[in-house]
Design a protein. Structure first.
Length: 364
C-alpha cells in the first residue's frame, strides 16, 4: 500500500526513512543513516512506523553523532530478542491471514465494517498502556491495545484486504485536560476519504451488558471528527464527504422529530435498543429536551421507562426501554478512552446547557 507519510517528506528525510526501514527489517543492531536534527529524526522514525505498522518489534532508538559527519549511527531498541521477534512475525502473519480470509470477497465498505467490528468485538482498551499495546501485537496477539495499537491493527488488516488506509494523529491539549495524543484512521472508500475511529466506537460499546457495536465514528468528515478530536499534527487527506456516515447509510440519521418518535415507539414495543443520529440542526438543550419528551412519550404508551445516553459532540442518542420501575435518566457519554470521566446521570429536568457544561459540571 502507499507509504503516505514517506511521500510527504523531503529527500533527506526519505533517505533516513529508507535506511531505518531497511535496518529494522533486517534486525540490525546499529546502522548508518543520514544525519537529521533530533525532532526531525523522531518524526521520521514515528511516521515510518505509521506507514509500516507491521513492524511491531521496534519501539524506540538511540543514536551516536560525530561532529561534522553527514551521517549518524542509529541504534534501534527492540521489544523482544531476535529469536522472539521471528516467532512473533510468523504468528502475526498467520493471524492476519486468518482474520482477513472471510472478508476477501466483500466490497470496500463491507471490508471496512468487518475490520471495525472485529476491533469492537474483540479488543479491550489497555488502561495500563503496556509497551506492546502501542503495536499490532497488542490488539492482534493479546486482545488489548491503546489507540495507537488499534489504529495500526486497523491499517494492517485493511492493507491486507486492499483497502487504502492511513493512520491519523492529533496532538494533546492540556488546557482541555487532554494529556495524550490520539490516533485513528482515514480510509478511502469508493475514491472518497473518511475518518474512522474504531477506538472511540470500541469505548462506547464496551460499557453495555448487551455489548452492541457503535458506529458513531464510522466514516465521518472533517467537520464531524474535529468536534471532539484535536487538530492533526501530521499531514492527512481532506475528508469532505458526509453522505456515507454509517447512521445516514442505515437511515438512522433523523432530521424530523416525528421520525424520532416513530422509531422510539417501535423500540419500546419490540424491546429493542435504538441508536440514532440527529442532524435536524444543532443539538441544543432546547432541541434535546423536545427529543427526550418524544422518547418519554413513546415509552409511556408502552408502559416502559427510557434510559437515554448521548454522545453529545456527534449528536448520537442511544435509547433503551425497560420495564423496571426506575427513574428516567440521561447519560452523557465520553468516547475518549484516555481521558474518560465518570459518566453523569442527569435528570430530564436538569439538562446541561451544552456539551461543555455537561463535561465541566460532572468531572470528578
Amino acid at each position: 500500500m502507499e507509504q503516505y507519510y514517506y511521500n510527504h517528506m523531503n529527500k533527506a528525510q526519505q533517505a533516513a526513512y529508507h535506511s531505518i526501514l531497511s535496518g529494522v527489517k533486517n534486525l540490525a543492531d546499529e546502522f548508518q543513516i543520514p544525519a537529521l536534527e533530533g525532532e526531525e529524526l523522531y518524526n521520521v522514525f514515528f511516521q515510518m512506523r505509521l506507514d509500516h505498522p507491521e513492524i511491531f518489534w521496534v519501539s524506540s532508538y538511540k543514536y551516536r553523532y560525530y561532529k561534522d559527519s553527514p551521517n549518524l549511527i542509529f541504534i534501534p531498541e527492540y521489544l523482544f530478542d531476535k529469536k522472539k521477534i521471528c516467532e512473533h512475525q510468523k504468528a502475526m502473519t498467520a493471524r492476519v491471514e486468518k482474520l482477513i480470509r472471510p472478508a476477501q470477497k466483500l466490497s470496500e465498505w463491507e471490508k471496512e465494517k468487518y475490520v471495525h467490528d472485529f476491533i469492537c468485538e474483540n479488543i479491550r482498551y489497555d488502561k495500563l498502556k503496556k509497551s506492546y499495546s502501542h503495536e499490532i501485537i497488542g490488539p492482534l496477539g493479546q486482545g488489548v491495545g491503546v489507540c495507537e495499537g488499534i489504529a495500526k491493527a486497523v491499517k494492517v488488516l485493511l492493507d491486507a484486504l486492499g483497502v487504502w488506509c492511513v493512520i491519523a494523529i492529533c496532538g494533546n491539549n492540556p488546557e482541555k485536560g487532554i494529556k495524550y495524543r490520539h490516533t485513528w484512521n482515514i480510509v478511502k472508500i469508493g475514491g472518497t476519504y473518511y475518518h474512522l475511529d474504531a477506538t472511540f466506537d470500541n469505548t462506547l460499546g464496551k460499557d453495555r451488558e448487551t455489548s452492541e457495536i457503535r458506529y458513531d465514528y464510522f466514516n465521518l468528515d472533517d467537520s464531524q471528527i474535529f468536534r471532539d478530536h484535536e487538530p492533526l499534527i501530521a499531514p492527512a487527506p481532506h475528508c469532505g464527504d458526509h453522505e456515507h456516515f454509517y447512521y445516514k447509510e442505515k437511515k438512522l440519521s433523523f432530521t424530523k422529530k416525528e421520525d424520532v418518535y416513530k422509531r422510539s415507539l417501535q423500540a419500546a414495543k419490540k424491546g429493542r435498543i435504538l441508536i440514532f443520529h440527529w442532524r435536524g440542526g444543532y443539538l441544543t438543550k432546547e432541541v434535546l429536551k423536545e427529543l427526550l419528551e418524544l422518547i418519554r412519550k413513546a415509552g409511556d404508551e408502552k408502559d416502559k421507562t427510557a434510559m437515554v445516553s448521548i454522545n453529545w459532540p456527534q449528536a448520537v442518542i442511544r435509547v433503551q426501554y425497560t420495564d423496571m420501575q426506575v427513574q428516567e435518566s440521561v447519560t452523557i457519554e465520553e468516547a475518549n478512552e484516555e481521558e474518560q470521566y465518570d459518566k453523569a446521570i442527569i435528570l430530564f429536568e436538569g439538562l446541561p446547557r451544552d456539551y461543555e457544561d455537561a463535561r465541566n459540571n460532572f468531572r470528578e
